[in-house]
Design a protein around this ligand. Structure first.
Ligand code: PRX
Length: 380
């Protein structure tokens, strides 16, 4: 993709001031992989433009132990920290005492981006660190947050499950995917789209392929020339948005359209679930059924078939109760680790392929190939 670097600088300077309330001399720690857009924007350019110190740390959050990030915060008196929900869920599986071992009182807030932040995870880390957790929603294509709470402009209350409100510069609209009409009432579900022009910092075209840029991003909604994020969302009466997953993460169970994200959120509310991925798997009878792969917080005793089936049953009952029987996963498999990219995105497509006994295709971005083998062994 192609961005203009002047605009990129302007956007990041604005974001440092208004989103992060950053001051020269403070210290920023983005735990991202440097090759990911969060690494470009918030390990390198943003903090340096704002006159801050920035911490570059390459490594897992659990090596040599699960206190490594907090020891860095203490040692360098980090004021601003930026990470991803997936990393927090990894930490949630570790002994919670790691979080109280270090003095993290210099932290003003923790910003998280990159995937849906489920409420239990947000609550857990917020309580552990005693700082506000600020979810922000954006894309590689935009380079800086589309939805966030801009506390550097005005303090706003966090609503768990919501990355907040449209950042200035972004004309965020919710659009009916079939009619192309804008949805203006609260709580209507539509495609999250952005009216042109995009603000500074965003991609301006696909490298040497203007047609592809226009056709892919601007013409996916019938009858409208508008930038599509390919995410579903709703906006409540106060302007807080909720992201409901990718437009291609929808499954169809016996004629009911369900977002895999909603089912994941429900399963994640079980106290013994640290992380979960739900995929739609082809089914002769129902078209598709939901299948869940969950990482338990505490796997003790789960080698025992009866204990595992009991937990599986409990999780199914929870989904029945919260979303209705149609959303109940056909199976809940328990795994040690979910297949992810190095930047922590769930590889749902690979999971789905393996669950349907198909070839998962190109896996070069996968962090841990053993994760898929475990799924293969389970689904048989
Ligand atoms: O689906 C949305 C999800 O991640 C996508 C963008 O991924 P990437 O290009 O890797 O962006 C990284 C920069 C943060 C989005 O289209 N996504 C990102 N942030 C959130 C999110 N989904 C829910 N909540 C978020 N805060």
């Amino acid at each position: 993709m192609q961005r203009d670097t002047g605009g990129y600088t302007v956007a990041l300077a604005a974001s440092m001031q208004h989103i992060f309330d950053a001051k020269a001399g403070q210290t920023f720690f983005a735990t991202s992989d440097i090759g990911w857009v969060v690494g470009h924007s918030y390990i390198i350019y943003g903090p340096l433009i704002a006159g801050m110190a920035t911490i570059m740390y390459e490594g897992l959050p659990t090596r040599p132990d699960a206190g490594v990030w907090w020891s860095i915060v203490e040692k360098y008196q980090v004021t601003h920290m930026f990470s991803a929900p997936t990393a927090v869920r990894v930490l949630k599986k570790q002994d919670p005492s790691w979080l109280s071992k270090y003095n993290v009182s210099t932290l003003k807030a923790l910003w998280l981006a990159g995937e849906p932040l489920d409420e239990p995870t947000a609550q857990w880390i917020s309580q552990a660190l005693q700082v506000p957790i600020i979810d922000n929603y954006w894309q590689t294509e935009t380079g800086w947050p589309i939805l966030t709470l801009a506390n550097g402009i005005e303090q706003q209350t966090t609503r768990f499950g919501s990355p907040g409100k449209a950042m200035y510069g972004y004309g965020v609209k919710l659009i009916d995917e079939t009619t192309g009409e804008e949805l203006t009432q609260p709580n209507q579900k539509g495609v999250v789209a952005i009216e042109g022009p995009l603000p500074p910092g965003c991609m301006q075209t696909v490298w040497r392929d203007d047609d592809r840029f226009v056709n892919t991003y601007w013409k996916s909604i019938p009858g409208r020339l508008i930038y599509s994020t390919f995410d579903w969302g709703i906006r409540d009466a106060d302007g807080y948005h909720f992201i409901l997953g990718r437009t291609d993460d929808v499954i169809n169970v016996a004629g009911h359209r369900l977002g895999t994200r909603e089912i994941e959120e429900s399963i994640a509310s079980h106290p013994n679930v640290a992380e979960v991925a739900v995929v739609g798997v082809a089914d002769n009878l129902k078209g598709q059924v939901a299948m869940a792969f969950a990482v338990p917080r505490d796997a003790t005793g789960l080698d025992d078939d009866a204990a595992r089936l009991k937990l599986e049953g409990d999780v199914m009952k929870l989904v029945d109760h919260q979303l209705g029987a149609v959303a109940r996963p056909s199976r809940v498999y328990f795994v040690n680790v979910l297949p992810k990219t190095r930047s922590g995105k769930l590889l749902r497509r690979a999971l789905q392929a393996v669950a349907e006994r198909r070839d998962p295709g190109d896996l070069t971005t996968m962090e841990d190939p053993a994760a898929l083998q475990q799924v293969r062994d389970l689904v048989g």
